[in-house]
Design a protein around this ligand. Sequence first.
Ligand SMILES: *Cc1c(COP(=O)(O)O)cnc(C)c1O
Length: 432
Amino acid sequence: MYVSDCIDINSAGHLTIGGCDTVELAKEFGTPVYVIDENEIRKNLRTFRDSMNEYYGGNGLAVYASKAFNCKEMCRICAQEGTGIDVVSGGELYTALSVGFPAENIVFHGNNKTYSELCTAVENGVGRIVVDNIDELETLSRIAAEKGKTAGIMFRIKPGIDAHTHDFIKTGQIDSKFGFALETGEAMEAVKKALSTPNVKLRGLHCHIGSQIFDIDPFELAAKVMLELFKAIKDETGVELEELNLGGGFGIKYLESECPKPYGEYMKNVSAVVREYCNKLGIKMPFVLIEPGRSVVGAAGITLYTVGSVKNIPDIRTYVSIDGGMADNPRYALYRADYEIVCANKANEDRSEIVTVAGKCCESGDLIQENTKLQKVERGDILAVLSTGAYNYSMASNYNRIPRPPVVMVKDGEARTVVKRETYEQVSANDI
Ligand SMILES: *Cc1c(COP(=O)(O)O)cnc(C)c1O
């Protein structure tokens, strides 16, 4: 039943996370509440950081993709662990800069960054702006010229790889809104143009082939395809690009039945391919970046809810309604995402019932999970949805004017709030 090392059951039969009793956490902080384990986050960051040292001889940087979970404390933790941060909006960039995160180690993504976002990035010296299209290259060059700066850039390339994952989150193929196509020659043209564009420095190329990928093969294939492009660029222009960014997308355990490979294994295998291909193609080993998001925080977090009504529709299904839903976790509504759910105060009991866990929003589609195993529950019980550390808080909305839940960080049995619960005043603060 456990999906990560930080989850356990104590002698009271209650679910624990980071040594904290979840039933006590629900009492102290109220529900719904996101709870995330600091040690687990740091452990994952260190795995990626250390593997850059081990497999690339330190000639690389692990960059946390903060769209999975971004708040000031998370940015501070990344700074302390010596990883980079990848941001995809002015808001994420602002958050990282506001805690003094070193701009050189910020990677800025997005298929349609606004003028003001690009200005902020250039002014603050963001190390790598990942340029998505020619229009953006030209805009960036103008902005950098006006400010008397040179912008460090990478290009986002569509390597055309079909990673085995959910269609909605597959981004490596030609029909994607992200990046330059490889096979049409668009990528090569863009590289040539960048090399003669003033006030930008093309540091290298980037690809991101999708998310929640369990196989190592697509990552290896992406590395090969990208290095062949490096070689073609060298042959056509004489320029050897310095950096290769292989993106993120490493799968995590949502279900008991899933068995992701240890992240070190991806790193080891892919690095072997990179080395072999550089030798074979006669190009120098690039500085390598990776961008894990989900795999850093996903299994480190859970969400706690209180059960309200339990509605049995004979021969059809049982709805267990909770005091949150699609506003704090839209992932089931968006793409039928899988989760394990446990009754936190009955964690020792068998999950003998098959139920549908429904939210409190006014949408029939506001479900967290259908036909899922759960203990026999009643009003007042505490439910824990597991592996909600990624793409839950960061995707939360105020639908139905529901205030966003707080984020509580736990560590060695201690709990502290790192994001406060929103109030109704805050939800309506911008109303005139
Ligand atoms: C979302 C994203 C990531 C992180 O993906 P995960 O599946 O969370 O690891 C990395 N790089 C880019 C460009 C992304 O868009």
